[in-house]
Design a protein around this ligand. Structure first.
Ligand code: MG
Length: 232
């Protein structure tokens, strides 16, 4: 197993979904709630005929860069769907904005365990912490924003992991060298691959998957609490 170079770590970055909490079926539930919200607020029978998946697919083929910004992709999908059933652009935009606010609240109803709060608090007392996510959790609503000095969310300007851009921005903003950042995440490709591409250290936390054959080139955590070795 690869040992970290503890001595040089000056900051820690975290992935969010399936690293600090289990995302589970939160997105599916939020999508269902969104669908009910639209039925209730837009109140048009034609809503049931909208093929949201097809709109999203067409949108991604027309503008592939939208894959980096799930919030913008969802917003534009809602707007397009609503204009397809006859709403004017102004009204469709207004509903889509409100719908997105509602969706983000719903998708941010994640369950962060007391142990994770304690761990973040301890780590924060010794290291600046940053969040690097491809998703769109509202950290304020999830009750964890105060632990993080900087928060990076993939969007049209910050390509999603494994692109090294968000890692490099974090190092730049923290004024540290890449190898002084330790990134923790559940996705081997996005988190570990992305961190390594940026020259950062990384630790893999396979929170929801049974790890495949142990890869000796990756430092693997069994639980988030394994990080306590950095503060004890
Ligand atoms: Mg993740």
């Amino acid at each position: 197993m690869v040992q970290l170079n503890h001595a040089i770590i000056r900051a820690i970055s975290f992935d969010l979904d399936d690293t600090l909490y289990l995302n589970g079926n939160i997105i599916e539930q939020a999508e269902q709630a969104l669908s009910h919200w639209l039925q209730e607020h837009v109140a048009q029978p034609a809503l049931t005929h909208i093929n949201w998946e097809q709109i999203k697919k067409d949108m991604l083929s027309a503008a592939p860069l939208l894959k980096h910004d799930l919030g913008e992709l969802r917003f534009r999908t809602i707007m397009t769907g609503l204009t397809q059933i006859g709403l004017d652009e102004h009204k469709a935009r207004e509903y889509a904005q409100k719908a997105m606010t509602f969706f983000v609240v719903e998708r941010s109803k994640v369950n962060i365990s007391p142990q994770t709060h304690q761990l973040l608090e301890k780590l924060q007392s010794k290291y600046p912490l940053v969040a690097i996510t491809n998703g769109n959790l509202d950290l304020q609503q999830a009750g964890i924003a105060h632990y993080f000095k900087f928060i990076y969310k993939a969007n049209l300007k910050f390509p999603k992991k494994p692109h090294p851009h968000m890692f490099r921005s974090a190092c730049h903003d923290l004024d540290i060298e890449p190898e002084q950042l330790l990134h923790i995440g559940d996705n081997v490709n996005d988190d570990i691959g992305g961190a390594h591409r940026a020259g950062c250290q990384a630790a893999w936390l396979p929170l929801k998957t049974t790890p495949p054959t142990l890869d000796n080139s990756i430092w693997q955590l069994n639980t988030l609490d394994d990080l306590l070795c950095l503060v004890d």
